[in-house]
Design a protein around this ligand. Structure first.
Ligand code: DGY
Length: 346
């Protein structure tokens, strides 16, 4: 039996060290001790001498940062969205990439509803106003918002999170419309009580529109001036997907000029920077990319990423068969890792 040195992994952020510690059963682990926004050079340096990495959404893993990382065989993203990974570059280099779907679906759907309710019923706007000491008398038309119950909910991008949002709409007696690259199977449509429509119909008919589609070159600025122009001027727009899907400047302009009722955003084009014109709008709820941020869900995301990384590096009960591979072609190239599972020297 060949005896190999223990593999080395790098956790780029200080996420739940007790969960990350599970990696120590199989690997030497270096975990960042402070939240860090890395430069390209720092990422390249961190990845240079490791076999695997546990990375987060702000870590941009592209061709340049993996070029010197000749040992690197797996990158486990702690997040379902993976537009921070250059999947083509990783695949070309034979590096397995994984993500964390499913475990955050329900929590993210809950949060989309929190943003929708807060924006349409002016919850955070009225709280800011009250705290500023503006409330001197009750008046009949104070902070009038838009109803949720009985209204039409539109969902653009009907993946797992979109479906979970749709299922919750039944409690509010809503009509649910959606548009997706492909139609859901009939049984799923029935379970979500949702009807597939063309994109323009979705824009025009929705009282509240929630975006849950993945970011890609095709979805860049999927919602801009023209699309907002097709929406009702009273409508609410919610984005829990990715920055860049909405043209933030066009949205701010529409909110400020009465062409859209309200918005709730959890993600931004240049986050953590937020477009100054959005910050200046009164009719918007802004949160710092926290849709999946419940304790249980964030722990589950890290645990799944750890499982993915362990398996991608040929260890653990699923050696060679990580549950959530984004680039199966790279996995095929590393198949030898599991077939010749070698004992590692502690
Ligand atoms: C994801 O997983 O893609 C979320 O946006 C991060 O919480």
């Amino acid at each position: 039996m060949t005896v190999e040195p223990r593999k080395k992994v790098w956790a780029t952020q200080p996420v739940f060290p007790d969960v990350v510690a599970r990696l120590e059963r199989d690997f030497d682990v270096v975990q960042a001790t402070a939240v860090t926004r890395y430069t390209e050079d720092e990422l390249a340096e961190g990845l240079r001498d490791v076999d695997g990495a546990l990375v987060c959404i702000p870590d941009r893993i592209d061709g340049a940062v993996i070029a010197p990382a000749t040992r690197l065989r797996a990158v486990a993203n702690i997040g379902v969205g993976y537009n921070n990974l250059d999947v083509d570059a990783l695949t070309a280099a034979g590096i397995v990439a994984t993500n964390t779907p499913d475990v955050l679906t329900e929590t993210s759907a809950d949060f989309a509803w929190a943003l929708l309710l807060a924006a349409a019923r002016r919850v955070t706007e009225s709280e800011r106003w009250l705290r500023a000491g503006c409330w001197t008398t009750w008046s009949f038309d104070l902070m009038l918002g838009q109803d949720i119950h009985g209204s039409t909910l539109g969902i653009l991008g009907m993946g797992r999170i979109g479906q979970a949002i749709a299922r919750r709409a039944a409690g509010f007696g809503m009509r649910v419309l959606y548009h997706n690259r492909s139609r859901l199977a009939d049984a799923l449509e029935r379970a979500c009580n949702a009807r597939s429509v063309e994109r323009d119909e979705l824009l025009a008919a929705s009282d509240h529109l929630v975006l849950t589609l993945p970011y890609s070159a095709q979805s860049h600025h999927a919602i801009g001036t023209a699309e907002i122009g097709r929406m009702k001027p009273t409508a609410t727009l919610v984005n829990v997907a990715r920055g860049g899907i909405v043209d933030d400047s066009a949205l701010a302009d529409a909110l400020a000029n009465g062409r859209l009722g309200a918005a709730g955003l959890d993600v931004y084009e240049n986050e953590p920077a937020v477009h100054p014109a959005l910050l200046a709008c009164r009719n918007i709820v802004l949160t710092p990319h926290i849709a999946s941020a419940s304790v249980a869900t964030r722990r589950a995301m890290v645990a799944l990423a750890v499982e993915n990384l362990t398996a991608a590096l040929g260890c653990g009960p699923r050696a060679g068969d990580p549950p959530n591979v984004i680039n199966p072609r790279a996995l095929a190239q590393t198949a030898h890792l599991s077939s010749s599972r070698t004992k590692q020297v502690p």
